[in-house]
Design a protein around this ligand. Structure first.
Ligand SMILES: Nc1nc2c(ncn2[C@@H]2O[C@H](COP(=O)(O)OP(=O)(O)O)[C@@H](O)[C@H]2O)c(=O)[nH]1
Ligand SMILES: [Mg+2]
Length: 384
């Protein structure tokens, strides 16, 4: 199946109105990795991009990650796009003034849904003369999705969190199974079929953002096709709010300093493993735990570690090549557990890690909370 309008223009002549591309998907699905790939793909063609990150809190790993790659990034903290719709428009206009992007790429909060009715349709109806709105892509982590479809075993979230997960997929124009290299062909086929049966309105693609597989057909669709006019999905905001509120959120910034340069990579790995162990012991299910280390000495170099569940081994997706003496660590945790447990786990982890590494770790910024009830600025049920 093809998105209507995908054939009608080539990327080279799409530039009349800047395009607004939104890449959604649950926490840890690979949105930031895919945003970086798409941004690079577009800049390689001589197009200018403006990226917009979003979170319930401030001080984001994603913003640090994307900025370190040299892209223009605006962060919208303190609420999702739908609840901070005017800030989203403001962020786009700010990027327009500064870098006049041909394409905006926006990454919504991974626990957010109902984006078509609360972001895409309002953007099109109110600001249709400023932006061309692309179809909504929703990325899927195949391990997590396989568990949801009972195609694989392992711990998972409670029903109300899974409600959000399903709603995200239900409103997708394009469901993008990411990390395709992690599944065997027959497992991938089974997942593809299960998604196609449950969400027949969506185009389903398979990619690996990390290994750069299957990206071309997806990029082609989102850079040329129009947002299809569908009636937006029905959603129960009470269950959605309760699902979001089951997730604890913690953002912390930690200053690192040492008398001698040392290897920061094992420090990050250790922070992630200790936190994972403590959260598992507390009965919390990790949605996404991500940590970056930004050394003061080397501009643009960033270490990133991600943990996507209680069973998986923490993985450094970017390593530091040089030793570090001073720098900043950002910790973002989203897990189905109380925010207080997140905070206690972080404090205990820091105490342990301080004993293991020859450095001083000073907590600078710390916030931990449950997301409030989503209250969208606008909600349009049809494309209008
Ligand atoms: N194996 C594999 N890992 C990936 C792929 N894409 C992203 N990841 C990893 O998945 C984790 C979460 O990715 P991220 O882009 O931060 O997800 P987000 O929370 O949806 O923005 C990181 O460790 C990424 O390196 C992929 O195609 N294959
Ligand atoms: Mg992200």
């Amino acid at each position: 199946m093809k998105i209507p309008g995908s054939e009608e223009s080539k990327i080279t002549n799409m530039t009349r109105l800047p395009r607004y591309i939104m890449i959604g998907g649950f926490l840890g699905a690979g949105k930031t990795t895919a945003v970086a790939r798409l941004a690079r793909h577009l800049t390689d063609q001589g197009l200018r991009v403006g990226l917009i990150t979003n979170d319930q809190g401030a001080q984001l790993v994603d913003t640090a990650n994307l900025s370190s790659r040299g892209f223009a990034v605006e962060e919208i903290p303190g609420g999702c796009f739908c609840c901070r719709f005017n800030s989203l428009v403001e962020a786009a206009r700010k990027l327009s003034r500064e870098t006049s992007p041909d394409v905006f790429i926006a990454e919504p909060v991974g626990s957010c849904t109902d984006l078509v009715a609360t972001v895409s349709y309002p953007l099109r109806r109110i600001y249709g003369n400023e932006f061309a709105i692309a179809p909504l892509s929703v990325l899927v982590d195949p391990m997590r999705a396989s568990k949801m479809f009972a195609l694989a075993e392992g711990s998972s979230f409670s029903e109300k969190v899974l409600y959000i997960y399903r709603k995200q997929l239900e409103e997708a124009d394009i469901i993008v199974i990411n990390k395709s290299e992690l599944l065997k062909p027959e497992q991938l086929k089974a997942l593809h079929t299960a998604l196609a049966v449950e969400f027949p309105a969506a185009v389903i693609l398979e990619i690996s953002a990390r290994q750069q597989l299957g990206l071309e057909p997806w990029f082609q669709q989102i850079t040329t096709a129009k947002l299809p006019a569908r009636t937006s999905m029905r959603i129960d905001y009470e269950i959605y709010a309760e699902g979001e509120a089951l997730l604890g959120w913690l953002n912390a910034t930690i200053n690192v300093s040492a008398t001698e340069p040392f290897d920061g990579n094992p420090l990050l790995q250790s922070l992630a493993s200790q936190l994972q162990g403590l959260l598992r012991d507390a009965g919390g299910e990790i949605a996404h735990l991500k940590i970056t280390m930004d050394p003061e000495e080397s501009i643009g170099e960033l270490a990133v570690v991600s943990v996507l569940g209680n069973e998986v081994v923490p993985e450094l997706s970017n390593e530091l090549e040089d030793l570090v003496q001073k720098g900043q660590i950002i910790v973002n945790i989203r897990a189905e557990v109380s925010p207080d447990i997140l905070e206690q786990s972080l404090q205990r982890t820091l105490s342990r890690v301080r004993e293991l590494f020859p450095c001083t770790l000073t907590l600078d910024h710390l916030e931990h909370f449950r997301p409030g009830k989503p209250q969208p600025t606008h909600r349009f049920t049809d494309a209008g």
